[in-house]
Design a protein around this ligand. Structure first.
Ligand code: GLN
Length: 442
């Protein structure tokens, strides 16, 4: 089956002319047509456009992703295709330029098959906050795929594409990867250009890939990583050959720190313990560590991220960006546009952020949260002086049911308890599927 092949194998078969790019896209298109009505992973599928691109693709022997289908979260701009960010406010906005990740992938022969569903403006942990429809978890259609990059996670989990991109501000690649049983990477801050990614919280946002095997993940990361003069926060550090590192990776001698944690469902805990034992059997050195500040990560994140969002989203006013709803004067136009265009969660975040930044509250909330951020970053970095990695479960539970957390925003926020600290610290993190329990991945 073509759709079950890893990306590196697809690229190889295309370069050796055993498969044509068109055959590959057609195979994925067919799979999409049969599964998408149940899953609803895509806001704007572009398989037809991809077929045309595939016909004119001239694969060269150097192309790392020749003819490989890739799905993009709908907050990453692809020229000529709508970028909605899962919001009514941007419905119909066609991107005028390619994000840097998109042009880099295209230069390596990748073909884009569509824009995937997401929580509106990447705010959420279940994709239920999309203004358009819910995306279903392929393991159990009654459950959420996680979020906010739920559509991209589902695309890879159901093999509608072997690879996809999401964005991770506080866990939005890793948490849906975990809920859908695929691999999700949040690269180091600055490693991947954010140019062309619609900003949520600029000091935390990072584009990250989904894959179903480590080699594919290394391949796509190698393509998207690296300095970009269009993103002032992008790093000039040379890009490693991740493909080579994956192949020579060794568990023997690995120094693994395991922070104490609680409040995790027993299926996740059991699976995590088995993973630790297996690391140990393969020669890793495991030690429990205590972290003093990490329990404050959620609190700090939910002050900093909404603060940055309240400023970033100010441009969606119906004049500069967004579908305008006209009022009697400019002020009323702003109000009507935002009131009609933004969903409940986005409004909640803007309110929280505006409040935390307002004079009189700035010191008590935003500044305090920034101090906590520094403490957390220093703490994690000091652990990494003595250890190679820190391991934790990605999420406290497996995929939950639709509606379970919609009436209680705080319980939704707590799904990010293990993921947000690395964004605050700018560190890289990966979520790996470890096992399947009662037909749900953890
Ligand atoms: N779930 C988190 C939030 O709602 C993370 C979002 C993200 O990483 N984009 O803010």
């Amino acid at each position: 089956m073509i759709w079950s092949l890893p990306a590196y194998e697809i690229a190889r078969l295309i370069k050796s002319k055993e498969l044509s790019p068109k055959e590959v896209i057609s195979a994925f298109f067919e799979r999409f047509q049969s599964l998408e009505p149940k899953l609803r992973a895509f806001i704007t599928p572009t398989f037809e456009r991809a077929l045309k691109e595939a016909e004119s693709l001239k694969p060269s022997s150097e192309m790392l992703l020749a003819g490989v289908p890739i799905a993009l979260k709908d907050n990453i701009n692809q020229k000529g295709v709508e970028t909605t960010c899962g919001s009514q406010l941007l419905k119909g906005s066609v991107a005028l330029f390619d994000a840097t990740v998109v042009s880099r992938l295209r230069a390596e022969g990748a073909v884009f098959v569509g824009k995937t569903n997401m929580d509106e403006f990447a705010m959420g942990s279940s994709t239920e906050y999309s203004a358009f429809f819910k995306t279903h978890n392929p393991w159990d259609l009654e459950r959420v795929p996680g979020g906010s990059s739920g559509g991209s996670a589902v695309s890879v989990a159901a093999r509608l594409s072997p690879l996809a991109l999401g964005s991770d501000t506080g866990g939005s690649v890793r948490q849906p990867a975990s809920f859908c049983g695929v691999i999700g990477l949040k690269p180091t801050y600055g490693r991947v250009s954010r140019y062309g990614l619609v900003a949520f919280a600029s000091s935390l946002d990072q584009i990250g890939p989904f894959a179903f095997n480590c080699k594919d993940l290394a391949l796509i990361t190698k393509v998207i990583a690296g300095f970009d003069k269009s993103d002032s926060t992008s790093s000039k550090v040379a890009v490693e050959d991740y493909l080579e590192s994956v192949q020579r990776a060794e568990v023997r001698g690995l120094r693994v720190a395991v922070p104490k944690f609680e409040g995790v469902e027993s299926a996740v805990e059991g699976c995590f313990d088995r993973f630790l034992r297996s690391l140990e059997e393969h020669g890793a050195y495991i030690q429990e560590v205590s972290l003093k500040y990490i329990h404050l990560a959620i609190n700090a994140y939910y002050v900093i991220a909404p603060s940055e969002a309240s400023s970033n989203l100010a441009r969606f006013d119906g004049v500069r960006y967004g579908n305008t709803v006209y009022g009697r004067d400019l002020d009323e136009t702003y109000k009507k546009t935002r009131s009609a265009g933004f969903g409940k969660e986005v409004k909640r975040r803007i309110l929280m952020g505006t409040f935390a930044l307002s004079s009189g509250y700035y010191d008590a909330y935003y500044l305090k949260a920034m101090k906590v951020r520094t403490l957390i970053a220093n703490e994690l970095k000091s652990i990494l002086r003595d250890f190679d990695i820190i391991v934790m479960p990605t999420t406290p539970t497996r995929a939950f049911k639709f509606g379970e957390k919609m009436s209680d925003p705080v319980s939704m926020y707590l799904s990010d308890i293990f993921t947000v600290s690395v964004n605050l610290a700018g560190l890289p993190a990966i979520s790996l599927p470890l096992c399947v329990y009662e037909n749900l991945p953890c």
